[in-house]
Structure formats: structure tokens, C-alpha cells
Design a protein around this ligand. Sequence first.
Ligand SMILES: Cc1cc2nc3c(=O)[nH]c(=O)nc-3n(C[C@H](O)[C@H](O)[C@H](O)COP(=O)(O)OP(=O)(O)OC[C@H]3O[C@@H](n4cnc5c(N)ncnc54)[C@H](O)[C@@H]3O)c2cc1C
Length: 469
Amino acid sequence: MSRRRFLAGAAAAAAMAALPTAIRAQQRRVAIAGAGLSGLHAALMLQQAGFEVIVIEGRDRVGGRILTLDQVPGRPEAGGSQIASNYRRLLAAAEGVGVEITPPEARLAFPTSYLINGRPETRRGWSESPENPFPEELRAITPDRLTSYLLREPPFRQNSDWHSAGMSHFDVSASDWFREQGLNDAGLALLGANNSYGNTLAGTSLLSLYRVVAGFQRGAAEGASLLEVEGGNMRLPEAMAARLAQPVRLGETVDRVENTGGGVVVRCASGLVIDADAAILTLPVPALRQIEFSPALPARQREALDAVVFNKVTQAYLQASGDDWEACGIPGSIWSNAEFGRLFARREAATGNALVTVWINGDGCDRYDALPEAEAGELILEDIFRVYPDARGKLNLRGLVRWGADPFSQGSWPAWAPGQIGRYYEALRQPANGVHFAGEHTASEFSGMEGAFESGERAAGEVMAAAGR
Ligand SMILES: Cc1cc2nc3c(=O)[nH]c(=O)nc-3n(C[C@H](O)[C@H](O)[C@H](O)COP(=O)(O)OP(=O)(O)OC[C@H]3O[C@@H](n4cnc5c(N)ncnc54)[C@H](O)[C@@H]3O)c2cc1C
């Protein structure tokens, strides 16, 4: 990678400028656990700054929660899919490794049809529907939009303020707060049906929902459009990994991290041992809590690792034979409170294939995640056929991804429970005993992919600063 291209990112440039020249020449070794976007970004920054970098990855592929299903019709993104045009670090990194970011050819259509308690509804008809449990002043708002509507005035001005001390009185149960706004049990159940930020609505921090809504508002205010990586989002982490001097050690699961006084020893289940001057752990919290630390982590940090869970997500990728989902009785994208959650319909531009992504969130995934993969796929189809009998024999399963059941992530992102942001957010990102922590869950300003880049940049900066002492 040419130095000039890498420095295209303003943030990376700033970090480099802050680096004492003496450190650039000095070879220091950093072990990085996790070859997702945060780990790869930190690795490239440190390599550029003259560090020797060894990246260790438990899966047999790089990318982590970026996963393009190359073998499935329509090449769906099973993980991080939408890149906002205000993801400046990501865009700069992509440019640096020669990866094109483009507008999507065919976007997943967001639902405009609803299926509530088994009854088809339209956006227009919702206010008059007998299934509408919302109070009079909210009846015109469909359940997929109500959270954003109720939280349209976030209590913080800067996006990075969501975790500040002054916000603790919003770090409460979202369902308690929504009840205060006049929602009854049926209304709360509907709001929680496809909640992506907690496994139950009662167990979701209102503050984390405010953060999400504020992120969307910021994107809208900045006129951000949605983009994707040409050829699939996986091409970005693959291209980043290809720029590393030492190939990523794939299939190596870190299980113990020791501070020896002189440095950090990272041990893997295979027996691989990496001696380093510092380590960055970028694992999602549920994977991180499996690791043994010596000496033990500070009490609050250990408690945080044990307490924070990730939001469960199960997705199935379906294809309608005859390239027609209408013949299946499915009107297009659907938001439902049925077991299968949401259906996102998309027609592939090149082939005309009619594709449907099923997206199930939270504890609703348990029904499917408890089963062997083939049976889980069958059950999703059966649940759909019960509602849309014409789809039987016409809608075929092409792929299934269960993030909640995946040991390397156990979910999609933090399902911050009430009180957890105040108690654990800072603890999760504090360096301890020569070990630094990155990963999207430690980001401040952005969430998602850009949050992963932001966190990798911060952790790389910490390692550089520590080496300069
Ligand atoms: C379904 C879904 C949809 C999403 N949609 C969007 C979206 O539209 N836009 C957006 O911006 N973001 C989206 N995201 C979020 C985005 O994908 C993530 O925030 C980002 O990819 C996280 O990167 P990371 O480096 O922090 O973590 P990860 O990508 O999880 O990387 C951590 C790595 O650590 C590895 N690992 C775990 N345990 C061990 C171990 N013991 N030893 C070694 N390695 C280990 C993992 O295999 C993984 O590769 C989505 C995520 C999901 C799951």
C-alpha cells in the first residue's frame, strides 16, 4: 500500500502526524485478535507506523460481522450491509486499498405492507385497523416507525454524548418509558416485535435507542446516501488483510492473554503463542468473555464482559421460483409480528431473480436457533407457508445465518440493557495490563462499520502513545 493512498483518510493522517519519528523506525510487535474491520484497520495503521503486526482470527475467513454470501443468489450481505456516505474512515480506508464503493444496484425494499396478528395491513389503512393498539394521537404511525417518532428529539446534541454521565436518567427500560407515553401491553409488544437493539423491549436501554435514532438523524442531516462495496462488502476486509506484511493467522482462537511484566503473551486454543509488546482485542463482548486474563481484569471491566450480551439476529435467504413473489401471495417487503419477523424483497438487477431476506431479531430467534441448521430453515419456511399457503413449493431456502448462535459473535451488536451504558461503556474500552480493546461496541461517535473503524483507530492510537513513553 502506498503511503500516499493510505493517508487519504484525514483521521489516519492525524494519527500519523501525532506519532514521534523515533517510534516509526523502532520495531515493536503488536498482537491483534480479530480480523474484522476494527482489527484490520488498527493493524494497517500500526503497520504503516512501523510496528510489526500479527493478526489472529478465530474463523477461517476475515471480515467478522461482514459476510457476503457469494454462493447465494443475489449475493446477499448477511452482516454489515449499508455503508453511509458519511462513513469517512471507511471510505478513506477503501480508497487506500483500492476497493470501489458504489451505490447499490438493487436495494432491499423497506416494508410498506404489514401483517399484524395475522391480518394484512397497509400504511394508509393502519390508523383504522382493529389491530391498532396505539393511543389516539399515535394511531396514524405504523409500528416500524413509532420508535423513531417517539424518540425524535434525542436528549444529546453531539452523537458522541450518548454515553456521557449526564444521560444516565435515560439509561432506563425502553418499555417503561414507552408505557409512560401511553402505550398499553399490546402496543409495547408490537414495538418490541422487531426491535434490533435488545433481545426484549423491557431489557433494552432507552438511551441506546436514542443513540440509534440520533445516528439516523445525523445521516439525514448530512444528506448521507447508502452505498456498498463493489462485488460485495467482504471485498473490503479481504483487501485490507491482503495489505498486511504477515498474513492473518486464520482458524486460531485466542483463549488466554497474559501480561508477563515485559510484554503481553497471547495464547490460542491450538497451542499457538504470540509474544508481543502490546495486544489489541477486537472481539465482540460475548467472545471476549471466554478469554482468561492474567492478571485478572479490573473488577468493573470483568463485570462488564460478563454482563453485556449482543442482540440475536437470524436471517434466511429465499428465492421465489418463477422470479415472482406475488405468485407466492407475498405482496413485497413486509413488517410483521409473526414468528418470521420481517421480509425484505429484492429483485436482482442482472438476473431478475426474486429474492426475499427474512430478518428475525431478539428472543424471537430462539425458536430457530435451538434447532439444527436444516431444521431451522425448514421451520422458517413452514412459518411463512402457514400465513402464505400459495408460497409452498414456490419459495426456496438458499441460505441461513444465525448470528446469535455463532460462537465468534453471539449476536450482531450490544443489546445494552437498562443501566449498562452508564455502568459498563467506559470500562469496556479501558486498556488494562498492556491490552487494548477495540471493536464496534467501544466506539463513541458512530455505530456499525464506521464505529468499528473509529474504535480500531482509537486503539491503534493508544498503542502508539504507549510506545512513545
Ligand atoms: C446482521 C447485521 C447487519 C448489520 N448491518 C449493518 C449496516 O447495515 N451498516 C453498518 O454500518 N453496520 C452494520 N452491521 C454492523 C457491522 O457489521 C459491525 O459493526 C462491524 O462489522 C463490526 O466490526 P468489528 O471489527 O468491531 O467486529 P467483528 O467484525 O465481529 O470482528 C471481530 C473478529 O474477532 C474474531 N474473533 C472472535 N472471537 C475470537 C477469538 N477468541 N480469537 C480470535 N478471533 C476471534 C471474530 O471471528 C471476528 O472476525 C451489521 C451487523 C450484522 C450482524
